[in-house]
Design a binder for this molecule. Sequence first.
Ligand SMILES: Nc1nc2c(ncn2[C@@H]2O[C@H](COP(=O)(O)OP(=O)(O)OP(=O)(O)O)[C@@H](O)[C@H]2O)c(=O)[nH]1
Ligand SMILES: [Mg+2]
Length: 271
Amino acid sequence: MAEAREQPSDLQPVLVVIPTYNERDNLGPIVARLHAALPSVHALVVDDGSPDGTGDLADEMAKADERVQVLHRTEKAGLGAAYIAGFNWALERDYAVVVEMDADGSHAPEDLPRMLDALADADLVIGSRYVHGGQTVDWPKSRELISRGGNLYSQLALGVSLKDITAGFRAFRRGVLEKLELDGVASHGYCFQIDLAWRTLQAGFEVVEVPITFTERQIGESKMSGSIVREAAVRVGAWGLHHRVEQIRRVFGRPGSDDAEHEQPPATADR
Ligand SMILES: Nc1nc2c(ncn2[C@@H]2O[C@H](COP(=O)(O)OP(=O)(O)OP(=O)(O)O)[C@@H](O)[C@H]2O)c(=O)[nH]1
Ligand SMILES: [Mg+2]
């Protein structure tokens, strides 16, 4: 169990964004664990009108604890859109660090203090299942295969060495989110995670992976689907192709035009 402690002053205050869709049974326990591990962090629940009343529960929690805030959105618009809304909410306030964390218990809040420590020497810290010391618990082999396949595909397509670019447990320094053009991010499912990591690397920021223990959700339903996998495959392939074309253009002294891939952030660094 991680001990409760304070973060360096330039890494405070911290906002943990928790997107929810039908997580009524998971939300209370995960926020309690978060505050046991890190009493001073704030949590923002971004709920997309969950039919099971997760949003109402979040309101009750917010009433009882000033560290909890809620952002209600009217319809299920995907994980990516929920995070972008949460990031914009954070940037309108004075948060120095913004964390992504699932509500389903897969991301252990007890791992977060180590991740925030690593942020002292990084701009983005990714909680990684696939670096030394990282692990998955109770995850069906089929899901791990999709996850590992998605990572290998991303490594090959984008030429990055991150071991877990699809991971959704992350801590960003505020400056990263300010620099990335968040309104141009259209990815929905776990492609959103690849998208943000890729944009962060392209902008020249330091990205570090810290080992975590990822545990299969115990309660509730996964929102993972075939269309989420297809979205990632198509988009990541297109980004990789665009990146390679830009590299070739640079070698031959012909800087590319901006209209080649309208969603692509400008490449300011080669990683
Ligand atoms: N606000 C909002 N939250 C969502 C949406 N889709 C998923 N989430 C939340 O995002 C987090 C991750 O979703 P999961 O269904 O666990 O998806 P996953 O972690 O990729 O898949 P599993 O590994 O199967 O759990 C959970 O807290 C969900 O409740 C959405 O459309 N809107
Ligand atoms: Mg999950």
